[in-house]
Design a protein around this ligand. Structure first.
Ligand code: PCA
Length: 215
């Protein structure tokens, strides 16, 4: 199995993006799967064009995109991406879409095809705080996850993919006050645990275990 893991570049005034920083620490081989990593720009549409090129170049079996979700406490595999761009801040090239469809002919939403429950379980077994997220937001991360699943449905039906959000790292919260963070090492460990679960559950669906919330 070959796994492509992407991380975004810094955005919103930050100097680093823990998503890409953490992918740099991943081992080349995880439980027999070969890992390739790449950086993608925090830009609507361009991020998806880059991802499409990477998929065509690397021909991975599984695509895992990773982004920063500042303010979240743990690592959160995303369950769903929705067909809307609604930017609170401009992306890295100044685009500020409001309530625009990502793919006008696409469905309202796509579910991740990664074993998100098994990923959370494996992360917790390694002592990494983690939970399912039921919204990837409406910014570039949701955009890329939606575009990835649209590409998979239309062009790469034999591949699987999804998205993981990670917290700030400590250096990003020094002047932010009461903000959660996680060490880069722990984020990398968490991502490796996710890939272990992906390898283990390949072709087997997902764990039947709750990851729901009441609100
Ligand atoms: N996080 C942003 C975009 C890039 C990133 O790392 C998001 O959650 O949409």
């Amino acid at each position: 199995m070959k796994v492509l893991v992407t991380g975004f570049d810094p955005f919103g005034g930050e100097n680093v993006n823990p998503a890409f920083e953490a992918t740099k620490g991943l081992r080349d081989k995880i439980d027999g799967a070969s890992i390739v990593t790449a950086e993608v720009p925090t830009v609507f549409h361009k991020s998806a064009e880059w991802l499409n090129e990477l998929i065509n170049k690397e021909n991975p079996d599984v695509i895992v995109c990773v982004g920063q979700a500042g303010g979240r406490f743990g690592i959160t595999p995303e369950r769903v991406a929705i067909n809307v761009d609604d930017a609170r801040i401009a992306d890295n090239e100044g685009h500020n879409p409001i309530d625009e469809a990502i793919q006008p002919d696409g469905p309202a939403a796509y579910f991740s095809s990664l074993p998100i429950k098994a990923m959370v379980k494996r992360m917790k077994e390694k002592g990494i705080p983690s939970s399912i997220s039921n919204t990837a937001g409406t910014y570039v991360c949701n955009h890329l996850m939606y575009q990835l699943l649209y590409m998979i449905e239309n062009d790469f039906p034999e591949k699987t993919g999804g998205f993981i959000h990670v917290p700030f790292i400590p250096e990003q919260v020094l002047d932010k006050g009461n903000y959660p963070s996680m060490s880069l090492n722990d984020i990398t460990t968490g991502l490796e645990a996710c890939i272990e679960a992906i390898v283990e559950y390949d072709g087997k669906g997902d764990l039947k275990e709750t990851g729901g919330t009441t609100h």
